[in-house]
Design a binder for this molecule. Structure first.
Ligand SMILES: CC(C)(COP(=O)(O)OP(=O)(O)OC[C@H]1O[C@@H](n2cnc3c(N)ncnc32)[C@H](O)[C@@H]1OP(=O)(O)O)[C@@H](O)C(=O)NCCC(=O)NCCS
Length: 366
């Protein structure tokens, strides 16, 4: 899964335990494509599950979906206007108080913690959303996979299968991505031998920023601000002329197309058309053309997921929490991997400030 040998963070041989799996394989258009749960299993255990393994894992996820009372109380007491990512970070941090495996960092205990975190996070996102909207949180429904349950627990109605499939695919696409900022944060924390809840709490904080997972919400805000396709090109050109960053473009690692964006582009177009809102995708294509021509930049995973979630009726500030629902599987897998063969991560920094400064009494400082 991971290889950051160049940065001295992680030795290559330590990463070989997990098999790489082309994301296209996980999304294969077989009639009964296994859901996101299969990808979560792959990340945690290093191999695709056999049928009975997937069944057991899925059952464990389902059994762990309900929120502990202590966590329910935290989200009930959170201000309704609080950004969901802040509430989620706080709730996940507090979940450790009541975790049955608290204090046990053995691989078996950490695997159980990972299952609980992956299972409870969607329930948490939906419960906070319903509470802030003055509605009663819903218990997860039997017979639905994690993606469909998320949509059900947010809206209170059984999701359209196509919508559930689109969210499921989005979850697969966002699950893990090497040492992105939030995963790196999780690994730095885990490498001090801090526990899994601490590591993923830090990761949630890192993901919330608009240069990372927060970009998807910013993309949709931009599209709403522009408003119509005919205003789009002029808006983007003006923004670039003012040296503004166009959200959903650029990547620290990819200097070419982000392969995840192709899947999301297709789903955003199809779902937008079906929802009678083709304008968002049309605007995005104009933005993509202009930014490509003017800056040589490609769109990233956050660009088309934004319009896809919008036409599915998902509130803007839940886009990043959905990213976190998916990435929780990657974070937990990285924590397991780090703890299995640990070394403290401690980069160096060169001091470049003034040298040879002397201490001056406070009253005589300039
Ligand atoms: C992702 C990101 C932080 C990567 O940053 P980076 O690799 O450090 O890129 P740099 O900041 O070095 O940018 C290189 C150049 O491209 C420009 N650039 C990078 N991303 C840009 C964007 N989204 N819109 C406009 N210009 C952008 C920079 O301004 C810089 O231009 P300059 O050389 O004229 O100063 C950056 O592309 C970004 O802020 N994107 C928008 C937020 C986003 O979508 N985040 C999700 C990432 S998956």
């Amino acid at each position: 899964m991971t290889h950051a040998g160049r940065a001295g963070v992680h030795h290559p041989q330590r990463a070989r335990r997990r098999r790489r799996q082309p994301v296209g394989d996980l999304l294969c258009v077989r009639r009964r494509r296994p859901p996101f749960e299969e990808t979560a299993y792959l990340l945690l255990y290093g191999d695709l599950p056999k049928r009975d393994q997937l069944k057991t894992f899925t059952a464990a996820i389902k059994a762990a979906q309900k929120l502990p009372k202590a966590v329910q109380r935290i989200i009930k007491e959170a201000p309704r206007t609080a950004p969901p990512m802040d509430v989620l970070r706080t709730a996940v941090s507090a979940a450790v108080f009541v975790d049955p495996d608290r204090g046990d960092d053995s691989p078996a205990a950490e695997s159980r913690k990972a299952i609980r975190l992956i299972a409870q996070f969607p329930t948490l996102v939906a419960a906070f959303h319903r509470l802030r909207s003055g509605q009663k949180p819903l218990a997860p429904r039997r017979g639905l996979n994690l993606a469909a349950n998320l949509l059900y627990m947010i809206s209170g109605t059984l999701p359209d299968p196509e919508a559930a499939k689109a969210v499921d695919v989005a979850l697969i696409l966002h699950a893990d991505h090497e040492l992105n900022a939030s995963t790196f944060a999780a690994r730095v924390i885990a490498a001090t031998l801090a526990d899994m809840h601490g590591a993923v709490t830090g990761a949630i904080a890192a993901l919330a920023g608009p240069l990372h997972g927060g970009a998807n919400t910013e993309v949709m805000k931009m599209l709403l601000e522009i408003g119509t396709p005919d205003r789009t090109e002029a808006w983007v050109r003006a923004a670039l002329a003012q040296k503004k960053k166009i959200m959903g473009f650029g990547h620290r690692v990819y200097r070419t197309a982000d392969p995840r964006a192709a899947h999301l582009r297709r789903m955003s177009e199809e779902l937008g058309r079906k929802a009678g809102q083709p304008q968002w995708h049309a605007m995005q294509q104009i933005i993509e053309d202009v930014v490509r021509r003017e800056k040589g930049l490609y769109c990233n995973v956050d660009f088309y997921s934004a319009s896809m979630y919008y036409v599915l009726g998902i509130p803007l500030d839940l886009y990043t929490p959905i990213f976190a629902i998916s990435r929780m599987s990657g974070w937990c897998a990285h924590v397991l991997e780090q703890h299995a063969d640990n070394r403290l991560i401690r980069p160096r920094a060169d001091y470049i400030g003034p040298m040879n400064r002397t201490w001056v009494p406070t009253g005589r400082r300039a």
